[in-house]
Design a protein around this ligand. Structure first.
Ligand code: GDP
Length: 194
């Protein structure tokens, strides 16, 4: 999709604030620092629109980005957040779970993992949870520019094996070189029109 117009419609802290439109929504999940803002910026052709997270997890909101009045990217805050109380975390976790399992507009989820390392226990837990609820899923291995070309096959098998992927698509990605951008968009567009 050629993107010219994007705005942050709402940083929601409660369900009543979610957009009332029926545009398809694509959620992005992954732990803090995995490259979620960077991926979003590449997809929408902006340098610094979605803010790269200097204070991971401080603001716990679901951020709805309106793209061309055609879809929303929904930024789901990184898991493994440290700076909030257990109670806050539980409350917010519940909101995310409800969003991911019951929102009719949600057409797919992109789970980001760092392609330089094996997925973390949190990554595995998130993956299995999404599979359990049969959410259409794309796994994106980020920061692939930091992985030598000769090590990429190993990176793919490490992600595939650690997550226990069988039929889920995996796309390597770099916000630096934009490697994988077109493929991620193709997956999103297929989900939008499904
Ligand atoms: P978020 O917390 O998931 O939103 O992560 P950010 O997008 O803020 O990225 C965290 C850090 O990783 C920043 O310093 C980014 O510049 C860096 N980063 C993100 N994506 C890439 C990538 O594809 N390649 C490289 N080399 N660095 C990246």
């Amino acid at each position: 999709m050629e993107v010219h117009h994007v705005d942050l419609t709402i940083s929601a802290v409660a369900e009543e604030q979610y957009p009332k439109t029926d545009y398809p929504e694509i959620a992005l999940v992954g732990r803090s620092n995995v490259g979620k803002s960077s991926l979003t910026n590449v997809l929408i052709n902006r340098k610094n629109f979605a803010h790269t997270s200097s204070q991971p997890g401080k603001t716990q909101t679901l951020n709805f980005y309106n793209v061309e009045d055609q879809l929303f990217f929904v930024d789901v805050p990184g898991y493994g957040y440290a700076k909030v109380s257990k109670k806050q975390r539980e409350k917010f976790g519940k909101m995310i779970e409800t969003y991911l399992t019951t929102r009719p507009q949600l057409k797919g989820v992109i789970e980001l993992v760092d392609a330089r390392h094996a997925p973390s226990d949190d990554d595995v837990a998130m993956y299995q949870w999404l599979k359990y609820y049969q959410v259409p899923l794309l796994v994106v291995g980020t920061k692939i520019d930091k992985v030598k070309p000769s090590a990429r096959t190993k990176s793919i098998s490490q992600i595939t094996k650690t997550l226990g992927m069988t039929d889920t698509p995996l796309q390597l990605f770099s916000a630096e070189t934009k490697f994988g951008k077109d493929e991620v968009w193709q997956w999103i567009e297929a989900r939008m029109h499904d």
